[in-house]
Design a protein around this ligand. Structure first.
Ligand code: NA7
Length: 539
């Protein structure tokens, strides 16, 4: 479809049927599907290349915690046969290569504008079109906007005083320099011990002169047990992708794991421990997602496994005081994302690694020389912020998105917290879709179904001759109530995690991911579509 252009005082305002924000896993597929539908589409990407998460997070050790054979796109049989995964839990460089391979194979680049951060999107109610402005002042207009800006892309750096005064090198893990950082002989600090830090620490511990890890909350980290993919396994996957995809569409979180239907305490102690050991020996999230099904709902059942994990930590860390500091005791197992690790705990057995507890002696300030806690000042050459993300909402509220009546999304969510209908739209913002994973789910699997739902919805709107589709406030309210109710039956609210928005000071605390199974979420979305987009107003 040809692209019309209008000339305005700020230059050419390009006209599209749809704008997609972000060229990561969801954005690339969304672009492909909308283009296939015959729409004129422009994808705006902040980075200079495709990949999203796998473009920005270049820190050493960054990799999937999903099984590689489940993470790749399932929508092209050809692609599945052409791509070979090297590792069972593939690393960032290869993941970025994969998404570049996809962009080239499907000739997506002509529709992507790189180095283009979206600053604002304003809805014109009369024209039923969005006016999208980039940081560089350029503008585009479109009937539909799909945000595929990611769930963990808006980085969070705690507002320590003096951050700018530090004389050494400092960066957030999601803005890791593209060129290799030489840590030889350097005094390095890592702030944070979430999944990112847990991947990074064991690798750089071997490279640095000295490493100091500032930990506020220890996590239950479980062995990843990664390995190279043999040619035989590769062939087996290729021959069985249909079965693999069918299986992950049936499991609760779209991984190759399914909960054990038994209650923890219905299984005698000896048998239970044997089962825990069996799970521990397996790779990936099996310790979490193939555990007894009440692990996420019963505090007693959860504590039984939590203590098993603590004992695993105690057995690996030589200094008992350090081991105890690394043992989580203030939240249930799985109430925060379980970091999967390789030699993480062994890093603390090294002479050049120091663990500093900032729960009892918090960081007060960053100084020109390093980090000052309430107890003492530490000197560094490099400070690494592994301090996480303003998850789910941050990528959207960091843009100035204005819907009907000039209402901003930032204000709406500041007052109400995250409020959407199905995670796909928010009332008052017609024709604006959110293509991010709204359920607890293996990312690509769920992103694919969301992208397909949005594509079908846009097709429906156009075919029926409507100009706009908007979630009704009533449908949104009922969905938020239902999602909160579901979340309240789990142990998730017992932890200060990004799942609950609790990692960001001042952010409204509420469950940000839909705590139902992925198949149930998909079924609900399909049902809404089958009923002529029930809960949406079409005009
Ligand atoms: P996370 O899991 O949010 O971890 C951030 C870490 O930063 C965590 O240990 C925080 O401690 C720590 N943090 C944050 N603010 C501070 C201050 N002020 N002082 C000390 N420490 C602080 O982010 P990740 O990047 O590791 O992982 C995010 C997701 O990416 C992960 O779940 C996977 O899905 C992929 P806290 O726990 O809040 O006490």
């Amino acid at each position: 479809m040809a692209t019309a252009q209008q000339t305005t005082s700020t230059g050419a305002v390009e006209q599209f049927d749809a704008v997609v924000i972000g060229a990561g896993v969801a954005g690339l597929y969304q672009l492909y599907r909308l283009r296939e539908l015959g729409l004129s589409v422009r994808c705006f990407e902040d980075g200079s290349g495709v990949g999203g998460t796998w473009y920005w997070n270049r820190y050493p050790g960054c990799r999937f915690d999903s099984e590689s054979e489940t993470y790749g796109y399932s929508w092209s049989k050809e692609l599945l046969q052409e791509w070979n995964w090297k590792e069972h839990y593939s690393g960032q460089p290869e993941n970025e290569q994969y998404l570049n391979f996809v962009a080239d194979k499907f000739n997506l680049r002509p529709n992507i504008q790189f180095n283009s951060r979206v600053k604002s999107a304003v809805y014109d109610e009369k024209a039923n079109r969005w006016d999208v402005q980039l940081e560089n002042g350029k503008r585009a207009q479109s009937q539909f906007v799909v945000s595929a800006a990611g769930i963990l892309s808006s980085r969070y750096t705690p507002p320590f005083s003096g951050v700018e005064s530090f004389k050494g090198l400092s960066f957030h893990t999601s803005r890791w320099p593209k060129e290799k950082v030489d840590f030889t002989g350097k005094r390095v600090a890592v702030i944070g011990t979430g999944a990112t830090a847990v991947q990074l620490i064991p690798i750089i511990a071997k490279e640095v002169g000295h490493l100091t890890v500032f930990q506020r909350t220890p996590n239950y980290c479980a062995p990843l047990r990664n390995g190279q993919v043999s040619p035989e396994t590769q062939q087996l996957w290729k021959a069985n992708y249909d079965k693999i995809h069918q299986r992950i569409r049936e499991t609760p979180a779209a991984f190759m794991h399914d909960f054990d239907p038994r209650n923890t305490f219905d299984v005698p102690k000896e048998e239970r421990l044997a089962r825990y050991e069996e799970l521990w020996a397996q790779p990936g999230f099996s310790k979490w997602l193939a555990n007894f099904h009440d692990i996420m709902t019963s505090r007693e059942a959860n504590e039984d496994f939590a203590e098993f994990v603590r004992n695993k930590i105690r057995a690996r860390v030589k200094n008992p005081a350090v081991a105890e500091l690394l043992c989580p005791k203030d939240h249930p197992f799985g109430s925060k994302r379980i970091p999967l690790e390789t030699e993480y705990y062994e890093a603390y057995n090294r002479d050049n690694v120091l663990l500093v507890d900032v729960r009892n002696a918090p960081i007060e300030a960053i100084t020109p020389k390093g980090i000052k806690t309430t107890e003492k000042e530490y000197e560094f050459d490099v400070i690494i912020y592994a301090t996480g993300f303003d998850a789910i909402t941050g990528a959207l509220t960091s843009m100035d998105i204005r819907g009907e009546g000039g209402q901003t999304l930032k204000d709406k969510w500041a007052n109400k917290g995250l409020s959407t209908y199905l995670g796909l739209q928010t009332a008052g913002f017609p024709n604006f879709f959110i293509a991010t994973n709204a359920a607890f789910c293996n990312y690509t699997v769920c992103a694919e179904s969301i992208v397909e739902w949005i594509t079908d919805c846009i097709r429906y709107v156009r075919e029926k001759g409507y100009k706009r589709i908007a979630a009704t406030p009533q449908a949104e309210e009922a969905w938020v109530e239902h999602a909160n109710e579901l979340g309240s039956h789990t142990l998730l609210s017992d932890a200060k995690s990004w799942f609950m928005g609790a990692n960001i000071p001042g952010k409204k605390r509420a469950i940000l991911l839909y705590a139902n199974t992925a198949p149930a979420y998909r079924a609900k979305c399909s049902e809404v579509a089958a009923k002529g987009y029930e809960g949406f107003q079409l005009q």
